[in-house]
Design a protein around this ligand. Structure first.
Ligand SMILES: O=C([C@H](O)CO)[C@H](O)[C@H](O)COP(=O)(O)O
Length: 200
């Protein structure tokens, strides 16, 4: 049970002030975490993304969903992006980049993807909370997000559930990387927008 929950028989009521308080909680935890990310690590991932070569995006669950959003923005910039696991995704090979995220750094399918990418000679750019994880060990460029892992229940790093803080910080970090790449790119928004899906 959530320790913040009210242990009475009364029907639980979420008040507007609960929501306001929790908006502050999420924003404060998110900004407090993102400011601790090493900017050199972020810049290294950005320069890997700016290399020629295709980008493959891999992650499980919510971490994977966040990276799919990042993948769309990189596609808008004109990069060739594939999502690992989609039926049309081709084989990764040397010269390509695997952009991968796992809060724990141990999720088996994600680590396996990184091992496969490494064997194929691809570069690996990874986000994780865990510098000692198998995923971190495989990365050519690594960003450590100092958030709780999904099973760190009761962590002093967050009051939020599971890996939420990691996934939120991952979203902000990848948005900042996209914005930095676009700042150095002459294409106007209109040109990026021409690439947005017209079958949605
Ligand atoms: O979906 C997830 C879960 O809800 C944690 O908040 C995780 O993203 C998924 O389980 C993958 O875990 P990690 O590889 O450790 O990010």
């Amino acid at each position: 049970m959530n320790p913040a929950a009210n242990a009475t028989n009364a029907a639980p009521t979420t008040t507007p002030s609960d929501v306001v308080r929790n908006i502050s909680l999420v924003l404060d935890e998110m900004s407090g975490t993102v400011v601790k990310i090493d900017e050199q690590q972020m810049a290294r991932i950005a320069s890997h993304l700016a290399h020629p070569g295709r980008i493959f995006v891999a992650g499980a669950g919510r971490s994977g969903l966040v990276l799919r959003m990042a993948g769309m923005r990189l596609m808008h910039l004109g990069l060739a992006v594939h999502i690992a696991g989609d039926v049309t995704t081709p084989a990764i090979s040397s010269g390509d980049l695997l952009l991968v995220a796992s809060g724990s750094g141990t999720t088996s399918g994600v680590v396996k993807s990184a091992e496969t990418a490494a064997k194929a000679g691809a570069r690996i750019a990874a986000f994780t909370t865990n510098p000692d994880s198998p995923l971190a060990g495989l990365a050519d460029a690594l960003v450590i997000i100092p958030a709780a892992q999904k099973t760190d229940h009761g962590s002093s790093k967050t009051r939020q559930y599971s890996g939420s803080l990691f996934e939120q910080a991952l979203f902000v970090a990848t948005e900042a990387i996209f914005q930095s790449l676009w700042d150095n790119d002459p294409q106007p928004a209109e040109e990026l927008w021409l690439r947005h899906a017209n079958l949605e």
